[in-house]
Design a binder for this molecule. Sequence first.
Ligand SMILES: *[C@@H]1O[C@H](CO)[C@@H](O)[C@H](O)[C@H]1NC(C)=O
Ligand SMILES: *[C@@H]1O[C@H](CO)[C@@H](O)[C@H](O)[C@H]1NC(C)=O
Ligand SMILES: *[C@@H]1O[C@H](CO)[C@@H](O)[C@H](O)[C@H]1NC(C)=O
Ligand SMILES: *[C@@H]1O[C@H](CO)[C@@H](O)[C@H](O)[C@H]1NC(C)=O
Ligand SMILES: *[C@@H]1O[C@H](CO)[C@@H](O)[C@H](O)[C@H]1NC(C)=O
Ligand SMILES: *[C@@H]1O[C@H](CO)[C@@H](O)[C@H](O)[C@H]1NC(C)=O
Length: 412
Amino acid sequence: MLSSQLFIILPLFLLCNLLLLDLAKSQTFPDCHPHDKKILLRIKNHLGNPSSLSTWTKSEKYCCALYHGVVYDLQGRVSSLNFYDIHDYHGTIPTFLDRLPGLVDLSFMNIPNLSGPIPPYIGNLTNLISFSMVSTNLGGPIPDIISRFNNLLILTMSDNNHVGPIPRFLSQMSNLTRLDLSSNKLTGQIPAFLGRLKRLDYLRLSSNKLTGPIPLPLVQLTNLNSLNLSSNKLSGPIPDFIGIHLINLRTLELDSNHFSGHIPKSLGQLPNLQSLSLSKNKLNWPIPKSLGLANILVIKLAYNNLSGDASFLFNKNNMATFELIINNNKLKFDFSNAGLGRLVSFNISHNMIYGSLPEWFGQLYLDSTRIVDVSYNQLCGPIPNGRRFKRFGPSMFAHNKCLCGGPLPACK
Ligand SMILES: *[C@@H]1O[C@H](CO)[C@@H](O)[C@H](O)[C@H]1NC(C)=O
Ligand SMILES: *[C@@H]1O[C@H](CO)[C@@H](O)[C@H](O)[C@H]1NC(C)=O
Ligand SMILES: *[C@@H]1O[C@H](CO)[C@@H](O)[C@H](O)[C@H]1NC(C)=O
Ligand SMILES: *[C@@H]1O[C@H](CO)[C@@H](O)[C@H](O)[C@H]1NC(C)=O
Ligand SMILES: *[C@@H]1O[C@H](CO)[C@@H](O)[C@H](O)[C@H]1NC(C)=O
Ligand SMILES: *[C@@H]1O[C@H](CO)[C@@H](O)[C@H](O)[C@H]1NC(C)=O
């Protein structure tokens, strides 16, 4: 809905730009509603005329489509208002926002000294479809005034100082499609009631202090594209239902938690999964073979306690995976017959991988986007040399059983 509005607005914006070039006609080009323009200027004044709003001028020559962060609809009413990168404002949310009747999208981003409380009148903005407060100094619990936004589809309250649990009122906001509460100090468990938000396609609760397991009712979030729970203190197993029921997942990030047990085989059956990050947990047992057959672009399983064979992740017929990060585990397999496939980056360091380096090593070349590290394993034999190989340093081969040649001392 938002984007379709933007499609309507964009041509208007271009038109406005063109007309601006033709200053002679400045009387005739479409401006936003004079009432809204007046309110915007009052808001600017309330904010202390910050330098980042210097495009907000009274001048008749400028239509408010050229105002930084402002979009208006075909009726000339301000529909989207995005305040961002305001470093010279110290205070609360400005007044008068409720006098913009067309407002559906409101955001405050990167305003480090914007603090609470959220003024009560904000609860009257019941037409909002999207509300975001990002990188502000807002603290306390996630404010429940948000529960009055009956039409809200997108809620982003990230990188603030919110504390307390994930608020109960969210269970009523069943129209939400995106919910981002990341980078706060939220505590408690992931509540079961989030399972009622069946339309969610994006759920990000990362970088908080959440504890406990992933609750079973999340099985209902079958529209999820992206689930990011990384950098919390979550524990228990990674539930099987993620791979079986959340079939629209494209990115799954559960890294930097306390998850234990095995990696469910079902994750390899997610048809759209592109990025899987389970690093820095307490996962053990061998990696399921299904991950070698899936078309996952990025696989990160580092810093766990995974054991056994993982040679199937180096499959010359795997034309999907380009990044494979599995360092610091207890993997133990023969690397001699590993295939490269489409791999650009891989880190297998700090494992118990043995055998020799395959011939294709000699064809690898290094640039700033590539990570290659086989150090701290049990590898042995000559390092295959090649034309483009010269830029590799010795550290990526260090601490193996008996690798030699290339950047290491010559073989005997
Ligand atoms: C904003 O807060 C920072 C500390 O978080 C402080 O150093 C800075 O002076 C404040 N700026 C204003 C305009 O109050
Ligand atoms: C919200 O709107 C109602 C009805 O329009 C009005 O009576 C009330 O004063 C408003 N509340 C605030 C806090 O502005
Ligand atoms: C969800 O959206 C519909 C249509 O916009 C609306 O009628 C309904 O009240 C909303 N539901 C909630 C729980 O806000
Ligand atoms: C997931 O969350 C982490 C921590 O907040 C962040 O670094 C990472 O970029 C997020 N991933 C995506 C795809 O947004
Ligand atoms: C790692 O896994 C092994 C079994 O494979 C188990 O004996 C050991 O306790 C695990 N270590 C940790 C730190 O979980
Ligand atoms: C590979 O992982 C190790 C940790 O075991 C890390 O120290 C190293 O920097 C990584 N290699 C590269 C090239 O990023």
